[in-house]
Design a protein around this ligand. Structure first.
Ligand code: NAG
Ligand code: NAG
Length: 266
């Protein structure tokens, strides 16, 4: 059930946000900083649960596996070392960043479960513990959604049933934007930002610009933000999304999309 307070919370945090999501982070050497240095407040980490660690890329895992098996786990390739520690440090002021992360300027952390969903779910929750203990995670508890400095959203193999069952809930779900009206998140439940702050789809599944525009409106009906991935990387494509009010344009070339957004606004 969509409450006025949820919509008010969404509206109050959406004003200054650049509508850009940093996709395919693992292809960059310093993905979190590439995004934050451009004030892009939505980033994505792929995670594999392997040998009791959450690795952000199996490619890196293969490269570093010699060091790994000899006992030295390279923090540069774990979710904790590459994302969660620096994020906590930026929030608590021990790590300097030109873009702050705060309740007023929150970061959306998309966690793409690449390994088996049910097996990976608890390790991801455990990894978020330091942010949780600090009170920094957006949380849904007792029917109230409270914005935190970090909104963690599971995608890929993230198990919806586990997300829905969690109380309190501080790992959310990336819904299928094509299915918001045809499915429910659970018995007696409706889609909303307290379950899925984000709804996405592969753009190849969208047949026309008109359908895309309708899907954005559908998501907004539920108080959910929209994202399309695997799109053409052209200024006119990005402008189309922004014209439709789509919230997160999926970007690989962050500088090019940032420049396009600046031009679109002026
Ligand atoms: C981000 O900005 C900081 C401060 O200006 C700089 O030290 C760092 O090298 C930048 N990192 C990237 C990846 O651009
Ligand atoms: C601040 O964040 C860092 C992680 O970057 C952590 O090691 C440290 O314990 C935190 N300090 C406080 C006071 O929360």
């Amino acid at each position: 059930m969509l409450s006025f307070f949820i919509l008010a919370a969404l509206a109050s945090t959406s004003l200054a946000v650049k509508p850009i999501h940093s996709h395919n982070d693992y292809t960059r050497a310093v993905p979190l900083w590439d995004a934050l240095n451009l004030s892009i407040m939505s980033v994505e980490a792929d995670v594999w649960w392997v040998d009791s660690q959450l690795y952000v890329s199996l490619v890196f895992f293969a490269v570093f596996s010699v060091a790994h098996t000899s006992g030295a786990i390279n923090k540069a390739i774990t979710l904790d070392g590459l994302y969660l520690e620096p994020i906590l440090g930026i929030i608590n002021g021990t790590v300097s960043s030109i873009t702050p992360i705060s309740v007023e300027n929150p970061l959306q952390l998309l966690i793409d479960f690449k390994s088996d969903g049910p097996t990976t779910y608890q390790p991801v929750l455990d990894a978020l513990q330091t942010l949780r203990t600090g009170g920094h995670l957006t949380t849904y508890a007792n029917g109230v959604l409270t914005q935190g400095a970090v909104t963690a959203v599971g995608t890929g193999n993230t198990p919806l049933a586990s997300v829905v069952a969690a109380e309190p809930r501080d790992l959310f779900f990336d819904a299928d934007i094509l299915q918001l009206y045809s499915t429910k998140p659970g018995v007696g439940l409706e889609w909303g930002p307290e379950i899925a702050p984000l709804a996405s789809v592969d753009y190849a599944s969208v047949s026309s610009t008109a359908e895309m525009q309708q899907l954005v409106l559908n998501a907004h009906d539920f108080g959910i933000r929209s994202r399309f991935w695997d799109t053409a990387a052209t200024v006119s494509t990005w402008d189309n999304f922004w014209s439709a009010g789509s919230d997160w344009v999926n970007a690989d070339d962050l500088l090019a999309v940032s420049n396009a957004w600046a031009a679109f606004q002026s």
